[in-house]
Design a protein around this ligand. Sequence first.
Ligand code: DAH
Length: 339
Amino acid sequence: MKNRIKDILQEIENLAAQNNEELEALRIKYLSKKGSVSELFNDFRNVANEEKREIGQLLNDLKNKAQDKINNLKESFSSQNDAVQKLDLTRSADPLKIGTRHPLSLTKNEIIDIFSRIGFTIAEGPEIEDDWHVFGALNFPPEHPARDMQDTFFIEQNPDILLRTHTSSVQSRIMANQKPPIRMLFPGRVYRNEAISYRAHCFFHQVEGLYIDKNVSFADLKQALMYFAKEMFGEHTQIRLRPSYFPFTEPSAEMDISCNICGGKGCPFCKHTGWVEILGCGMVDPNVLENCGIDSKVYSGYAFGMGVERITNLKYQVKDLRLFSENDVRFLKQFESAI
Ligand code: DAH
């Protein structure tokens, strides 16, 4: 008798059922009138008196355990059922990872933020442009190499239509349509016919700046750019302006900042000079003002243009330009904390 009780107890501990029918079958097998537990109770009559106490306890224990087991199984089914009934199909799905801002957007936003603090607002212009706004109005002579097919993407059917090579094109549009004072930034994408490599791409991004008013001087330009450099790269940053040439500015300059990677001591990034070039600038050429309908005897202005990729490289030291357009999340995720 004891052995049978032990065997059944073992069986009961291992019981499993997939659904209510299976569970009912188990209940019948063990606990119904003819079930094996009830049968043991029937046999109890034949147990010797001196064993009755011990076996009686074992039997009661077995019956309780069997009942508990069946109840537990039943409960687990009904809680599964409840879960199905409580399933709210109108709930939105688990939130998808929202991603991070693109490093170029981070830089662009920072540039905009810095200049907005000294009164610059924003405008955008078309990426597919005409020759006049990209070159003509900006004082490019007809034979200028930028107009060459080697450098610029033209629309074959109409060589007057092209992909803008710089955001200076937005200058010509704004000046033709707005009266000074104009104090604006023009961020956007530009295109050049370049072979793609780690340091060149056929498209990249620029932010152009333009300030036209009465009595705007080169000193104003220098002051604005020095403010920008220190805000962007830190208070210790030095600037240096080198004379240069652009058809749309006179005089023209290129601006270097002290290399913020080595602090000006010299490193591979700055080619051991301690300086890195970050933008082109100058006083808007009077021809450009006149081309756009602004009286160059009354107004003067400055302009500057910088590459967003270049500034981003300086800030985050990205060595391969192609990473910016591949959209590999392993690269993009590294800018999570920079938002
Ligand atoms: N448009 C020039 C370029 O793409 C950059 C530039 C230089 C813009 C001087 C300016 C400027 O406004 O004054 O290389």
